[in-house]
Design a protein around this ligand. Structure first.
Ligand SMILES: [Zn+2]
Length: 413
């Protein structure tokens, strides 16, 4: 088999690495059996990457390495946005039937941490693999990671591309047909439409060649879903990619706050230690601990209704937080929260057994007394509080969801 990994060919101003994959697929499939096209999302927290941070990989049953290399280089060179300072394409071509464990480990590193070009290059040389760097060649990181991708957990995405004359123009997709498609195929397709914010989610907002992308659990449902979409512009081509999107594979499960690395995504069990605060801009911040250290959890304004859930947290609630951190990892930007145990009680001064009025404190640690009846009680008493959230998993709405985040519904079907 031949694995072709490509990354970092696009820019925020246009193009899309998946389109280059589609062109390459067209060319190579005339001669060879292309058995898989992969769309691999990598660490979403890397600051210098385009928002989606996607790399691609085509897998051929067999082929002439020289021909594959020539065609790949030609297409990448022709279509990459190399005039953009942040676009640094990389190509990796690996021939073999088994993927080295080093590459799989590298994939997880590129998914969850920050990796250097030099480390990718070290591995490529170690395994004697063909690779090409254009400009600083940072794309070899994603290209190698896409080849090493562990897709035991996977979903699929169907991408419909626009004709070149329409690139940059408004996309003409019938909104009602998107809602209809969603109603008919959900949850086997997902994140098509955001009902909370009334937004079509299958169309991107960049000048790239993508008309729309539909995510789903298998290629068959995606083909059906795509046929339901009414488009007022011609579709140039359609590709279906196998992907690590919607798998939660970016989260690194850890037990201590001190082990959180910069620019990573984590899953960590915590206890809330303070009531949430609303800060300027409508963001919600709440303090939590692992029993040793303290960290802030944030539900920012774009997470919309999710903030209402976070606002309801109270001290001593036990949760699992899922989210990402920036350069200085003192705040987890929440993507999902599992509430394990709600604190349903608060401690109050006891009531007088005779007159039922609340007793007063005599002094710190000395107990409580009813001023009128002179009754005495030593301890505060637990009182049931009304909680408006439940012990379950809550997630940000689709419009705020990361490509890699798994919609809760996928755990149910
Ligand atoms: Zn009393």
């Amino acid at each position: 088999m031949i694995f072709i990994g490509i990354d970092d060919t696009d820019s925020n101003k246009g193009m899309c690495t998946t389109y280059i994959a589609a062109l390459l697929y067209e060319k190579l499939s005339k001669r060879y059996d292309v058995i898989e096209a992969r769309l691999i999302r990598l660490n979403p927290n890397i600051p210098y990457k385009t928002r989606g941070n996607a790399a691609i990989c085509l897998v051929l049953d067999n082929g002439c390495l020289n021909y594959v290399k020539d065609v790949t280089l030609e297409i990448v060179k022709r279509y990459s946005r190399i005039e953009d300072i942040n676009t640094n394409p990389g190509i990796v071509i690996y021939e073999g039937d088994d993927i080295p464990k080093d590459f799989v480990d590298f994939y997880y590193k590129a998914l969850r941490e920050v990796v250097e070009i030099s480390y990718a290059e070290f591995l490529l040389k170690k395994h004697n693999v063909l690779y090409y760097k254009i400009k600083n060649g940072r794309g070899i990181i994603g290209a190698l990671a896409a080849i090493g991708a562990d897709l035991r957990n996977k979903t699929f995405e169907l991408i419909a591309y626009r004709k070149e004359e329409n690139w940059g123009k408004p996309r003409k997709i019938d909104r009602k047909s998107v809602i209809m498609m969603d109603k008919k195929t959900f949850p086997f397709t997902f994140n098509n439409y955001d009902y909370e914010n009334d937004r079509v989610l299958i169309t991107p907002h960049t000048p790239c060649p993508i008309l729309y992308g539909i995510r789903g659990v298998n290629p068959e449902i995606l083909k059906l879903a795509s046929e339901m979409i009414i488009s007022y512009e011609e579709i140039e081509r359609i590709m279906i990619y196998k992907t690590n999107q919607a798998t939660d594979s970016h989260y690194l499960e850890i037990s201590r706050i001190k082990d959180i690395k910069p620019y990573s995504s984590v899953k960590i069990r915590l206890k809330i230690i303070d009531n949430p605060k609303i800060i300027q801009g409508g963001h919600i911040i709440v303090k939590a601990t692992d029993g040793y250290d303290v960290i802030y959890l944030a539900a920012y304004e774009p997470t919309k209704s999710f903030r209402k859930i976070i606002k309801e947290l109270r001290a001593n609630d036990e949760i699992i937080a899922y989210g990402s951190v920036k350069s200085y990892p003192n705040t987890i930007n929440l993507e999902k929260i599992e509430i394990l145990k709600l604190n349903r009680y608060k401690l109050e001064n006891p009531r007088c057994p005779i007159c039922n009025k609340k007793m007063e404190s005599i002094g710190r640690g000395k107990g409580y007394r009813c001023r009128k009846c002179k009754t005495f009680s030593k301890e505060k008493v637990p009182v049931l509080i009304d909680r408006r959230i439940e012990e379950k998993v809550y997630q940000v709405p689709p419009s705020a969801m990361r490509h890699l985040s798994k919609p809760i519904i996928l755990d149910i079907i």
